[in-house]
Design a protein. Sequence first.
Length: 379
Amino acid sequence: MPPMVIDLRRTEDARDVVHRAVQALAEGRSVAFPTETDYVIAAHARDSDAVAKIARLAASRPDEPALTLAPKSADEVLDWAPGMSAIGRRLSRRCWPGPVSMIVPDDHVESLVHRLPATAREAILRAGRLRLRIPGHPMLADCLKMLAGPVVLAEPLTAGQEPLVTAAEVMDRADATLAIVIDDGRARYAQPVSTIALEGDSFRMVRQGVVSEETMRRLASLMVLFVCTGNTCRSPMAEALFRMLAAERLGCRPDEIESRGVVVASAGLAAWGGGGASAGAVEAVSEMGGDLGSHESQPLTEPLVRQADVILTMTAAHRNAILAQFPEAGGRVAMLSPDRKDVIDPIGGSLETYRACARQIQGHVAARMDTLSREFPGG
């Protein structure tokens, strides 16, 4: 029996498509989904027969798992790879949902992989590794949210070893296996998904696709974010002083730390975008060898919070405000002072007040540097 083909571009109710796809997967049938790079074939990971059928369609690559595990979100990744490295956690937070897959070690007894049926484990594990991917297409994301349990994906190739980028291609490859084909036209990028392998504290590019290795290296950088109220005094000073100390640790100039894998930024809870640093902050930092001449204030936003690995606040009130708005960032937010003492606010004060504030910040940054530098590349 040929599969049901649903053209998303002509569908009035996408929710009905989601319900149909979820029902098919729950009943042990396979569904072809569009992603931003290609078309994939999905099956419920807890159905051994469904997993075995799509595993036969998956691209055969040496030393790689046959199938890809698709968590519901980046927040669930650690359920499947509890021992994921810091660089892996950074990349998962910044790349997913998106056109990237990761091959990660399966080296933790608490991984949910070990609760799957043997057939699924055999298909998604090879040489002690599994491949994870969270595609960016909303249809698959909506289905994952409604489905009880994980999904595995087969990523078939054409005869010429290219990804399947249209519904017609996936039907030619797997017509007899599919219950439903969700057609959303040609895949947006129509290129291979970029695949990396996590290895220790670094990663190796396995296959370059939409996302280049250079971009992946940039996304893997350690990002430290300093936060105050207006982003004109304290947090810019902290940013500049951190940049100087980080450059010393890395053996480079302050303007070169990003090329060494360390990104530093600052923001304000009540900041207006585009404002300069206060005159007192500029002078106090200049006297210490730093530069705030080109600083532009920016408000704290959800993307900044999501991308930052470490968020250091000037006061306890700043920390509490961030946690109230972004509770998911709890493990990444701390006060700049290791002793949890507020940094004095110099706004409206004399130059000496700014100098005292800068000295206080410099001491706190130096105290934090030993811990933070362990996450520097090669640290």
